[in-house]
Design a protein around this ligand. Structure first.
Ligand code: 5GP
Length: 190
């Protein structure tokens, strides 16, 4: 998606450890107008998928997932990284290793929010080694619902996540795929 690629080139900052900072428009300050264009693009890409629910993970996935949900006319569930005190229902749980924080989180969703028959689109901001997506896919599969696809804002194509998910036969659409960030220069897959 040209618009997102241009924004990454304008405002993205390459940090040590293969981290791309996009805090100016995606992860901290949020450009909702850009999110709206991203939502429209996911809607175009998954128009035939019969999506009736979007699943994401706190925190950075929530904004983009909400805007996408407006396009699909469905609700959003976000997986929580810790068990809060006001969760009283039955829980689906999995573990995710955070790429950026280097630690393992227990991740939960209340069972009543994902059900057999649901056609779930998973949305997240980044795809690196695929751990977050694999955890979210696991939660959907535990619930008996179906993963109809994964929509990612920025895939780092030089890490293994994209390949792992596509090799499982899961439909994955990334709006920008970064092929290299070597020497601080960002190049995209065309
Ligand atoms: P994965 O589980 O695929 O290794 O990493 C995906 C998660 O790590 C995303 O949910 C995102 O929050 C975070 N992440 C991975 N790489 C980056 C990056 O380069 N920049 C930022 N801002 N977050 C990243």
């Amino acid at each position: 998606m040209k618009l997102l690629e241009e924004r990454i080139l304008e405002e993205g900052v390459v940090k040590e450890g293969n981290i791309l900072k996009v805090d100016a428009f995606l992860n901290h300050q949020m450009d909702v107008k850009l999110f709206r264009e991203m939502g429209k693009e996911w809607k175009r890409l998954f128009a035939d998928a019969g999506v009736n629910k979007i699943l994401t993970i706190e925190a950075s996935g929530i904004g983009i997932a909400c805007v996408a949900a407006e396009e699909f006319g469905c609700r959003v569930v976000f997986a929580k990284k810790t068990q809060g005190k006001n969760l009283d229902g039955e829980l689906l749980t999995t573990q995710i290793t955070s790429f950026t924080k280097g630690r393992v989180f227990d991740v939960i969703v209340e069972k009543k929010f994902l059900n057999p028959g649901d056609r779930v689109l998973i949305i997240d901001d980044f795809l690196a080694n695929g751990c977050a997506l694999e955890g979210l896919i696991d939660l959907v599969q535990q619930s008996g619902a179906e993963v109809v696809g994964c929509g990612i804002a920025i895939e780092k194509g030089f890490q293994v996540g994209g390949q792992k998910i596509r090799d499982r036969g899961i439909r994955l659409e990334s709006l920008a795929i970064v092929d290299s960030m070597e020497g601080g220069t960002i190049t995209f897959r065309s």
